[in-house]
Ligand binder design. Structure first.
Ligand code: HEC
Ligand code: HEC
Length: 298
């Protein structure tokens, strides 16, 4: 009896210790702050052409609206009990929004660095990809955000649950893009000219979030989002290697594959459908030139 009691107490002590370690390690990582070098190349105006470019980036290319809602007022992004709760912020000037308080440089730090004004790393915000946005394009995004109608919508504070903390501590949850970004980078960032070229397609894929779901070499695999289906292999070794350009356009514009099956909406084809013909052609040209990689057999 005494032995059982002692073993039980020992086990409880071990669990408590483990929880404390996970909490301590995750907390110190989450409290890390990042010094952002500061954007010296921004040029934010109210010129209609710049605002229109910004709108296109926000709604089609960078797909901000998929997480922050069409009105950019934000939403509960993930409410997964023990994993945690994450809110996509209200990025308008309404109540609960950040636009009225953040400077252009602070918005740039959130978008290209994934860093809040207090220096902490944002959760989930795909800045590992948005860091590739050119100075002109990040300026256009900010110019457009400044024109949005204020939305009054307050959200709670994003936080991790015990399971989320354990996975994060174990390196199984790529939660904080700021951990992977070079914040000392200050040089000018440019993009290839807009057009139906492979180079521009490469740029669109690098800022379009494709790699966040389809993986660094676009070979697909498990999605980062809990409950989402695996992302397809979109290298020429995947099914897409058998498609024509016209079939690719139909797939993105209507969510229908050549065999008539539907692409699930975990794939943001509805936002991608807003790409111009030149942009879809550019993406198509680029995807045909990435190294073909076979999907891992499971
Ligand atoms: C995959 C989902 C996702 C996409 C796409 C996305 N965001 Fe976010 N964003 C988030 C989440 C989640 C947060 C809040 C993170 C947190 O609470 O730690 C956030 C935070 C922000 C913040 C910081 C606000 C604050 O509370 O400090 C800004 C600004 C922002 N996003 C702008 C954008 C813009 C502009 C785009 C497109 C270029 C974009 N986001 C695309 C998920 C996303
Ligand atoms: C939020 C995650 C996410 C993002 C971002 C994303 N995809 Fe996908 N994509 C998926 C998922 C998941 C599937 C598989 C959907 C299904 O099973 O129906 C998919 C399927 C596809 C398909 C259909 C392939 C096939 O064989 O059925 C194409 C083409 C595609 N994605 C291209 C892209 C491109 C290009 C980008 C970037 C501009 C992109 N995706 C961005 C998650 C994503």
């Amino acid at each position: 009896m005494k032995l059982i009691k002692r073993t039980l107490l020992g086990l409880i002590a071990l669990v408590v210790l483990l929880v404390a370690v996970v909490y301590g390690v995750s907390e110190s990582r989450l409290r890390r702050t990042y010094a952002v070098a500061g954007a010296t190349h921004l040029r934010v105006t109210t010129e209609p052409a710049q605002v229109a470019r910004g709108r296109h980036l926000v709604t089609a290319v960078a797909k901000c609206v998929d997480c922050h809602e069409q009105d950019m007022g934000g939403k509960t992004f993930i409410d997964a009990g023990p994993l945690g709760t994450i809110y996509a912020s209200n990025v308008t000037a309404g109540q609960g929004g950040v636009l009225a308080v953040y400077t252009d440089a602070q918005l740039e730090a959130a978008i290209r660095h994934g860093v809040r004004p207090n220096g902490r790393g944002l959760f989930i915000m795909p800045s590992d990809e948005y860091q590739n946005l050119s100075d002109d394009d990040v300026s256009a995004v900010i110019a457009y955000l400044r024109t949005l109608s204020p939305v009054d919508r307050r959200h709670g504070t994003s936080h991790l649950g015990p399971l989320g903390r354990a996975l994060y501590t174990a390196g199984k949850l790529p939660l904080v893009p700021a951990e992977r970004i070079d914040h000392a980078r200050t040089g000018a960032r440019s993009a290839p000219p807009v057009g139906a070229t492979r180079e521009y397609g490469q740029y669109l894929v690098s800022v379009g979030g494709c790699r966040g779901c389809h993986g660094p070499n676009l070979v697909g695999g498990p999605s980062p989002e809990p409950g989402a289906p695996p992302a397809a292999n979109i290298t020429p070794a995947g099914p897409i290697g058998q498609w024509t350009e016209a079939q690719f356009f139909t797939a993105i514009r209507t969510g229908t594959r050549p065999d008539g099956s539907k692409i699930l909406e975990f794939m943001p084809w509805k936002s991608m459908a807003r790409h111009t013909d030149d942009e879809l052609r550019a993406i198509w040209l680029y995807l045909q030139t990435v190294p073909p990689v076979q999907s891992a057999k499971t």
